[in-house]
Ligand binder design. Sequence first.
Ligand SMILES: Cc1cc2nc3c(=O)[nH]c(=O)nc-3n(C[C@H](O)[C@H](O)[C@H](O)COP(=O)(O)O)c2cc1C
Length: 176
Amino acid sequence: MPSHPLLECINKRRSIRKYTEEPVEYADILMLIESGIMAPSGSNIQPWKFIVVDDPQILKMIISFSPGVNGNPPCLLVLCSDQELANKKGGKLGSEYLALMDICMAAENIMLAATDNGLGTCAVKSFESSIVQRILNLPEHIHPELMISIGHSSKDVAAPRRRPLEEVVFHNVWKA
Ligand SMILES: Cc1cc2nc3c(=O)[nH]c(=O)nc-3n(C[C@H](O)[C@H](O)[C@H](O)COP(=O)(O)O)c2cc1C
């Protein structure tokens, strides 16, 4: 298959866990989120909210309740589900499943756009959601689901091993 810039970007993206002190421009984060909101969304509900955190004090507070954040990123993007909107438009399926799936799709778009713009990212699920919700002053129906640390990587990272296709792909039916 011929190489394609998008495929190169997909292969180049790595989880970055060590950042330089160089800040990231707020406008650049907004550009990444523009890519995020172009992701598919179940019933096109788009029940996502994005909190950009680059205030050093707020960052420090969040990081102290987030064991999964590594390497002092200058920015954390907190991807939240709007449970009120998800439920109103999509019922139980919307709030329990679609919202989370939508956020994951947006997250990958954001991480690829960051890679394409020379920024490093890492998806982070290991954090105290209810405490982060309070630190960010989020209303009850806005749930922090995933964070993405964003910054300039301080070193190149090799790709962790992937399970080979033979192990994960089935053609038509499952074969034991
Ligand atoms: C849903 C999800 C949650 C993750 N949570 C964390 C986390 O809390 N901390 C962390 O350092 N990495 C986290 N990661 C990153 C994975 O460890 C990483 O994607 C995996 O090891 C593969 O490495 P790669 O992203 O460089 O390809 C998470 C990734 C996903 C998709």
